[in-house]
Design a protein around this ligand. Structure first.
Ligand SMILES: Cc1cc2nc3c(=O)[nH]c(=O)nc-3n(C[C@H](O)[C@H](O)[C@H](O)COP(=O)(O)O)c2cc1C
Length: 352
């Protein structure tokens, strides 16, 4: 798997504004760069002489069986990368037995995406707008269309300062409108978030959302143990350790650094997932060893989608699978439930 090369290829195909939107972060992109770097800094302490004749990457996510502990992260406006957008992404994920999360800001409808792979596991990501009836409608549609969970994203309270996007603005072509929302005020993403997103979300928002459907609630955007524990106490079935791929608060802590604190605070009461900069099978091993049940992958999926549609998405996921199988074998760990934190030498714990 050569994701750097795939990104270069995708960049060559994308309008400069679309590439800036997909690749960029906020301010100086400190956190966007820190995410992959922090996974790389961790070292593994592999076992030997364990039978790794058969290695399995299978697991369950909130009870749903998946063949891979790698999910497709929710990402907006995928038709900027490929005419089939989210439909191709869902097909590619289904082809790999991986779970895909559909963004509120998708360019294909909740129902169309469900129809391309009716039996595939998929969740719906929710942004709460000031007009709460929008969330009520979206959750009802997701439940009716067979999505298995609502993923509430909580780290977009105010518009981000994405300077790369300001330098190379995105010109929205025809056909990449938001398929699941009525026309909203605001020309670009900053104005749209500023005029429409509800900045007053609290823990009570979780209580309200839980009452809207039977679907389990996942809260995405945790970087602290106390926040994660509070979400779980309000009934979240899972939390995602995430800094939005470094696209919200720049200088926010990297997700590899935040994960152990969140895992400790949640203390087994809910599932914990993590995303941001996961680019190798070894990154997945590290995340799961540190207590995540699964990871989400963002930008590499967009590069696969841009270069090859559904097949490109599947190839990226299969690349993660191949690396993960090999890395698990080399760590002497044949199944995911045998991963534990002692497999990772944290900086400072090296040599212990
Ligand atoms: C182009 C783009 C659009 C995104 N749109 C959304 C979104 O609509 N909802 C959301 O919760 N997260 C969104 N994210 C964040 C991702 O879900 C995820 O947290 C992040 O991309 C993971 O980091 P990675 O790209 O380094 O793997 C977006 C990320 C990118 C790159």
């Amino acid at each position: 798997m050569d994701l750097a090369q795939l990104e270069r290829q995708a960049r060559g195909k994308l309008e400069p504004g679309a590439y800036a939107y997909f690749a960029g972060g906020t301010d100086d992109e400190v956190t966007a760069a820190a995410n992959p770097a922090a996974w790389r800094r961790l070292r593994l302490r592999p076992h030997v002489l364990r039978d790794v004749g058969e290695v399995s990457t299978a697991t369950t996510l909130l009870g749903t069986p998946v063949s891979l502990p790698v999910m497709v992260a929710p990402m907006a406006r995928q038709r900027l990368g490929h005419p089939d957008g989210e439909l191709a992404t869902q097909r590619g994920a289904a082809g790999s037995g991986a779970l895909a999360v559909l963004s509120t800001h998708a360019t294909a409808s909740i129902e169309e995406v469900a129809a391309v792979a009716p039996d595939a596991p998929r969740w719906f990501q929710l942004y709460v707008h000031r007009d709460h009836s929008l969330a009520e409608g979206l959750v009802a549609r997701a439940a009716a269309a067979g999505y298995g969970a609502v993923v509430l994203t909580v780290d977009l309270a105010v518009p981000p300062n994405r300077e790369r996007e300001l330098r190379t603005p995105l010109e929205l072509p025809e056909g990449v409108g938001l398929a699941n929302l009525p026309p909203l005020a605001g020309e670009d993403v900053r104005e749209r978030v500023g005029s429409n997103f509800d900045p007053s979300l609290t823990l009570q928002t979780i209580d309200w959302l839980r009452g809207l459907s039977e679907l389990p609630l996942v809260v995405k955007g945790m970087l602290r143990g106390d926040d994660a524990a509070a979400c779980v106490e309000h009934g979240a079935a899972a939390v995602v350790v995430s800094n939005h791929g470094g696209r919200q608060l720049d200088s926010a802590v990297s997700t590899a650094e935040a994960l152990p604190e969140v895992v400790a605070a949640v203390a087994g009461r809910a599932e914990v997932y993590v995303d941001g900069g996961i680019r190798r099978g070894t990154d997945v091993v590290k995340a799961l060893a540190l207590g995540a049940r699964a990871v989400l992958v963002g930008r590499p999926i967009l590069w696969g989608l841009t270069c090859g549609g559904a097949a490109g998405v599947r190839d990226v996921l299969e690349g993660y699978r191949e690396e993960l199988e090999r890395d698990l074998a080399l760590c002497g760990v044949p199944t995911l439930d045998q991963l534990s934190a002692d497999l990772v030498a944290m900086p400072g714990r090296l040599g212990t």
